[in-house]
Design a protein around this ligand. Structure first.
Ligand code: SF4
Length: 432
């Protein structure tokens, strides 16, 4: 009896906010049933095809479209829900309820619809990780309004609670060696004795050194690096005055602006971008006078320096906890390495470009918009960006293929780009 019970229980690690989440349904200002592609997983497609409910089957066949997508394993057929006017799901009723759920039952919803905004991984058939996505308004408030750092808890739940909700494929296996990497990234990002900017730089530096380690001595090298960065954190704490006074170096600023310009123009190429977000991107480009072709001007540099100083003096003291919780949630949710998955750096790159876009939107709004220092506005900016960038795998592919096409050393090129976006304000601490 005891054995049977143990088999059905699963260990889950999750941030301590999980139990507080509940969907706000009809009160939601931005329902998850509108504004993006809703993919229907293969198992759900098969279930729909086998349905004996003729009315339901006819409704489904009208509402599902198929498209071809390039994946690592070649061209794949992707089934999506056909979107109506305003990119609204055809199954979304005027009262905000879902027609599939109403006509049949909740278990008939696709994996995406049943799971969102939860992100659930079951690793190596042994343990699970759950977190939430800030693109949902209720989640954004839950995570970003909180003052204290995110904490992670381990609990046991009945494995059946996660039936039909996992994101991981059955055969996807986690390189468990990557977990200490993620833990240390979170430790660095939560070191509130340092400025947030410095924490991000250190986390980025550490990630590129530690993420690619492999071979017999990888563990030893990793531990050595952790010791080194522990020391670096301590030294940075003792000389915090240097930490906050950014060395104003025009070359670094030009690099940062150039990176922002590339990311923004790349994003504007998407014809389906939400008009409000498109306008926000254009406003930033025009605020810093960034054109696609011409060189970064001295006026742009000067304006950026002033805006960033404003951000450092007025924004960060009030909101670095909010940005920290956002980053830590993203790291927990996305940074892991699978045995057969994408190269180790892809998700870190995605996380950083998303953060840099959020930061650019916030910094440029400060001198222009009186609402820019209002918490609600900041949360909405992060949420929107997460929705239009974090959930768009195509954008990541486009950035990588256009900016780094034909680069033999893709990892080195991406690392260099990340360093430039963060505009390293490095302290001179000799590596041991
Ligand atoms: S976006 Fe979040 S709050 Fe809004 S309907 Fe979806 S789950 Fe509910």
């Amino acid at each position: 009896m005891r054995n049977k019970e143990e088999k059905t229980m699963l260990e889950v690690i999750e941030p301590d906010y999980m139990a507080e989440f509940s969907c706000i349904g009809l009160l939601c200002p931005d329902t998850c049933c509108r504004g993006w592609d809703i993919v229907i997983d293969e198992a759900t497609c098969e279930r729909y095809e086998k349905s004996h409910n003729a009315e339901f089957k006819a409704m489904i066949s009208r509402a599902i479209v198929h498209r071809k997508e390039e994946t690592d394993e070649g061209e794949k057929d992707i089934a999506c829900i056909r979107m109506g006017k305003g990119k609204r799901c055809l199954f979304l009723c005027n009262d905000g309820l879902c027609m599939i759920q109403r006509k049949t039952e909740e278990t008939n919803l696709s994996e995406t619809c049943r799971t969102y905004p939860r992100v659930i991984y079951i690793w190596n058939e042994e343990y699970a990780e759950r977190s939430l996505c800030v693109s949902c308004p209720a989640v954004a408030r839950l995570i970003l309004e909180r003052k204290e750092p995110l904490r992670f808890v381990t609990k046991k739940i009945a494995a059946s609670e996660l039936d039909g909700l996992r994101i991981t494929d059955k055969n996807q296996r986690l390189e468990t060696d990557c977990l200490p990497l993620r833990r240390f990234l979170i430790q660095v990002l939560q070191d509130r004795k340092l400025s947030l900017e410095r924490r991000i730089e250190l986390a980025n530096e550490f990630f590129w050194k530690a993420g690619g380690l492999s071979g017999h001595h990888a563990e030893k090298k990793f531990n050595h690096l952790v010791d080194f960065y522990q020391q670096k954190l301590k030294i940075a704490e003792t000389i915090r005055s240097q930490d906050v006074s950014a060395v104003i170096n025009n070359t670094l600023i030009v690099h940062q602006l150039d990176g922002i310009r590339q990311l923004f123009f790349q994003r504007l190429q998407n014809p389906e971008l939400r008009p409000s977000f498109r306008q926000q991107l254009k406003t930033v480009l025009s605020h810093w006078q960034l054109n696609e072709e011409s060189q970064i001007s001295q006026n742009s540099v000067q304006q950026y320096i002033e805006d960033k100083e404003f951000y450092r003096l007025f924004f960060l003291p009030q909101y670095s906890g909010l940005l920290e919780n956002y980053l830590v949630n993203e790291v927990f949710k996305n940074i892991f390495i699978t045995e057969e998955g994408a190269p180790f750096y892809v998700e870190w790159f995605r996380l950083l470009i998303q953060f840099v876009i959020v930061r650019a939107l916030l910094i440029s709004a400060l001198p222009e918009d009186p609402e820019a220092l209002v918490q609600e506005h900041i949360i909405e900016c992060i949420r929107q960006t997460s929705r239009v960038i974090g959930h768009d795998g195509l954008y990541l592919q486009q950035v990588m293929s256009q900016l780094f096409a034909n680069q033999l050393e893709e990892a080195a090129a991406l690392q260099d780009f990340c360093n430039r976006l963060l505009g390293g304000n490095n302290l001179e601490i000799k590596e041991i």
